[in-house]
Write a protein that binds this ligand. Sequence first.
Ligand SMILES: [Zn+2]
Length: 135
Amino acid sequence: MVPGLLLATGQVLPVTSVHRLARTSTLMRIIMDADGQVLDMGRKVRLATPAQRRAIFARYATCWIDGCPLPATLCQIDHADNWSTGGLTDLKLLGPACQFHNRDRYQHPHRYTRRQTGKDRWAFTYHGRTRRMQV
Ligand SMILES: [Zn+2]
């Protein structure tokens, strides 16, 4: 079992203390890269961190909807699984969406199909208004 790190003091806690804290307080799961940059924020935070944004721009050149040419650096950071319905603010589930596609996919999720295009990399196909919701 991996011990916990108390960020405020740098103190390493034994697993028993982590379990006690988990029962008595609100814990936030944070995954960091080798440089200590936060990559996964779970459910506590909706917005991407600066480190997540940099990692997303390295991974995507444009909006993650097929055929949309807007450069990723001009996009909003979108959740592959909608945050309001339980999606995580984890790097592997974040990508760039232009303002139009971000809002449209949120309002009309059935118009889009997601597919995996690489490790922790996604793309969406837009089907337009005629596609029926699949049950
Ligand atoms: Zn777009």
